[in-house]
Design a protein around this ligand. Sequence first.
Ligand SMILES: Nc1ncnc2c1ncn2[C@@H]1O[C@H](COP(=O)(O)OP(=O)(O)O)[C@@H](O)[C@H]1O
Ligand SMILES: N[C@@H](CCOP(=O)(O)O)C(=O)O
Length: 314
Amino acid sequence: MAVFTELSCDEVAAFFRALGLGQPRSVRGIMNGIENTNYFVDTDGAEYVLTLFERLTLEQLPFYVHFMKYLAVRGMSVPDPVANADGAILHSLKARPAVVVNRLPGESETGPMAAHCSSVGEFLARLHLTGLDYPRRQANPRGLEWWNEVVPVVGRCVSDRQRLLLASELAFQNEIALSSTYRQLPWGPVHADLFRDNVLFEKGVLSGVFDFYFAGCDAFLFDVAVCLNDWCVDTRTARQDATRVAAFLGAYESVRALTPSEHVLLPAMQRAGAFRFWLSRLCDLPRQAALLKPHDPSHFERMLRVLRGEIASS
Ligand SMILES: Nc1ncnc2c1ncn2[C@@H]1O[C@H](COP(=O)(O)OP(=O)(O)O)[C@@H](O)[C@H]1O
Ligand SMILES: N[C@@H](CCOP(=O)(O)O)C(=O)O
């Protein structure tokens, strides 16, 4: 994301030495992202990403870092955390929890076509199936409980029209969560933030997925909805592109078919996805950092209104 905690080259070199990694020859703060402090660190033998966690705690982090290790060991193109001599993959630096992972190759695709959406759909379904046996459990940190906590707080800083939308959508989502259809949804570890900027492509082939720090256990359909809302939407109008939606869902279902309950609740989950990111972007607005590019909340407000039928969808 950003650099909240500045590190000197000497501090990084000492940390890398303790992990048995080579001498860094370049250390660069990363501008992208919004949650943690990230540096690219190159040694003579390899390229790494060093992350210092700014908000996540030592209680929350094992779920994420072990999930990445679990997927990496099973052949998925995700960051593989570096272990120290004792086998630990979660470390500490500058009084913050820290990890070092391999730098994945490729570039983000900011203007995805149907083929990119297919690759992401297939990857997501494989992630869901592979993760089914992951033994750790932790709730989606940005799920229903969090929405109920933050709506009254952010509601104080928005317009009357926006406050009405927040209250109405929260009531709708609380009602959906109590329904028997919702309780039938397949569930397990989800990425929950699989946006364009968290996926890399090399020569058109998906080469890596990272940023598992909003992962948690939730309905798989929530993950599907988050992806559709980012990968298959026109960023200018917040409207869905039917060709990309079909490509994404076709590829996802070629690996894991959606159940009847998932088909029924997909529109409601897309509203949930838009609501979740509108809320977090509203909450994130005032953060301070040495390098930080905040995300625009109004995009997801517009998308939520489109999905609710308040704005024509085409
Ligand atoms: N394993 C990785 N391989 C390649 N690039 C990475 C990796 N991890 C992070 N990055 C780069 O760092 C940026 C910020 O990472 P991200 O995880 O999105 O930050 P945050 O957790 O703050 O949201 C990404 O946009 C990407 O450029
Ligand atoms: N993807 C989310 C928030 C997290 O941002 P990231 O750059 O760290 O993935 C959003 O777009 O609001």
